[in-house]
Design a protein around this ligand. Sequence first.
Ligand SMILES: NC(=O)c1ccc[n+]([C@@H]2O[C@H](COP(=O)([O-])OP(=O)(O)OC[C@H]3O[C@@H](n4cnc5c(N)ncnc54)[C@H](OP(=O)(O)O)[C@@H]3O)[C@@H](O)[C@H]2O)c1
Length: 348
Amino acid sequence: MGPMNRFWTLSGKPLGAWPDADTFALREGPIPVPGPGQALTRTIYVSLDPYQWGYKKRGVEAPGAPCHARTVAQVTQSQMAGFAVGDLVFNTNGWAEYGLMGEGVARPSYMIPRKLDPAQGRISQAVGVLGMLGLTAYAGMVLMGDPKPGETAVVSAASGGVGQIAGQLARLRGARVVGIAGREQKCRYVVDELRFDACVSHLSPTFARDLKAACPTGVDVYFENVGGALFDAVLPLFKQGARMTICGLIAHYGDAPGADARAALMKRGECIFHDRGVNVRDLFVGDFVASSHDTFLAEMTPKVAAGEIKYREDIRQHIENLPACFAEMLRGDNFGKMLVQLAVDPTR
Ligand SMILES: NC(=O)c1ccc[n+]([C@@H]2O[C@H](COP(=O)([O-])OP(=O)(O)OC[C@H]3O[C@@H](n4cnc5c(N)ncnc54)[C@H](OP(=O)(O)O)[C@@H]3O)[C@@H](O)[C@H]2O)c1
């Protein structure tokens, strides 16, 4: 038998609040053969993102199919127009060593495979700062939050994939930016490297007080990635006419099925939102791909290349480690955008 394709699926055991050793199963099957209009690609980087746990809990993935993930891959066989062997691509192979792309291959409508140009930046950035995460930050902060010079913008999960970009975009627009992160090392990175004006730790027993002290004039823009106690600490600080983007509520991704964390948050905020005219908007990045992806790339690519926007990745190795890395990311044990590398990156 020739080389096989290894991939992770859900094990089929009932899912707990958070993933554990029983959640996933490593399987092996033949490497798929591309048909007309398709290409076979070998995965280089798998992007691990909090929303993937939501997919699993909501039963979005077909049983036995590789766990969904956005990937950076290299074409190894092609019957797909415009894609040749050796091309580097963004696609959605999931937690798998190989995957097909092209005609008839299921993927979310807004995750369109595209060819990558290594001259434009590191290829791993296609699933990060120059991909969906960057567009999420751009849409949620620039297009929805619209921070103005002198305003105060707060970003939760500030050292993570989305948060680090959202905060820098607010800073470049002249806002005073305050991050919220966990460990001290992350908070230091947010201030020293990303040049936020301040960063407070949600692990501190005086967190709410620390946040208030870091935002002496209140909060004009809040980019919400987490929810829970972080939202509760920001809520009393909202100024008249503040804007809040709900990007994600990661603290609630382990909640029981049917729990509506967003509705609970809106209820908790109801009086203050009303009295202070806070404009709360939900973000779904897929809504911005068609309208804003090109503008976003044109604005961001030179800024990233020039180091005006910094971006930290947490790159782990080996397919066997995917479940452990995923659980670590959900616990906050990543430091930067979490990726798992499955094959050699020919550009590094
Ligand atoms: N709306 C959209 O279209 C869209 C698109 C992409 C992503 N998202 C959302 O954006 C958010 C950030 O995603 P990301 O990829 O950038 O993730 P990430 O920040 O790379 O990783 C998650 C981070 O969240 C923090 N965290 C986890 N659990 C927490 C808890 N209980 N309390 C406080 N902080 C906690 C941890 O940072 P600390 O150690 O600093 O606490 C952890 O490192 C997620 O909610 C995700 O679902 C939304």
